[in-house]
Design a protein around this ligand. Sequence first.
Ligand SMILES: [Zn+2]
Length: 306
Amino acid sequence: MATVGVDLGGTKILVASVHHGKVEDSAKVPTPTGGPESVVEAIAELVEKVGGAKEVGIGAPGQVHHKTGVVVAAPNLVGWGREVPLGPLVAEALGGSVEVRVDNDVNVAVLGEHHHGAAKEADDVLGAWVGTGVGGGLILGGKLGRGRTGMAGELGHMTVVAAGGRRCGCGQFGHIEAYAGRGSLEAEARRRAEEGAQTALVELAGDERMKSSVFAKALDRGDQLTGELIDDAVVALGAGLASAVNLVDVGLIVIGGGLGDKLGPAFVGRVEEAVRSRLWAGSTVRVVPSELGDDAGVVGAAALFD
Ligand SMILES: [Zn+2]
């Protein structure tokens, strides 16, 4: 039986049987909102649907203790206001003879890129996942760097505006996520629209969530407000990632996540320029787009068993 990767997200659960980094069969459902038990049940059903498993790797949003499979905190999952032993619960639901490993969702996505995607040739890699929020993962010396509590590489909450910065979803000010996360961009766009700014973003999204594709479309149309917001996002990412490079000396940065993927290579190229302009002359740090795209989560989760 196969190795199965699980991408547990705030809105959907994607499960896939993975062989040598390739998705063979996959299935997904909207993430149940009935708390941990309902999520465990959904994962077990999806694993059976893709043919069962000998090993199951799970990428979960939030803080994860990878040695025990315990999700310590997951603010994006409804009803997860306590520690959840996700690994042991999924193993039990699958009959007890299945080995289950759990890690942070962006950690596993970056691991996937390292083993099977854009970062195959590099031993020292920083991944920046630009989605609703901004997550990160770090590979040092060919291995995932998790840090003391599993939160190493979480670059979204690095401060890039030291005073008077925009408010971040976490309650602090001036963080990268406040300038580059899709959720923050939407909040800022709606705030400015209410103040009278004209923007295609509100026209395209209406009252619905302002999806990543909406930002990509508005940017293509030459919408001025979108241009300004993305300019600010590029500056924030450039400053934060350059600081990170100075700290940990990686040679490669991979940009993924919903918004990163939708804005594509043009955006990634601008971030590369912004990073290099803040490093010493002659820096050879490369910034590249994710290769695995939507599959990074499941391929990476399975890669916990590579
Ligand atoms: Zn923050």
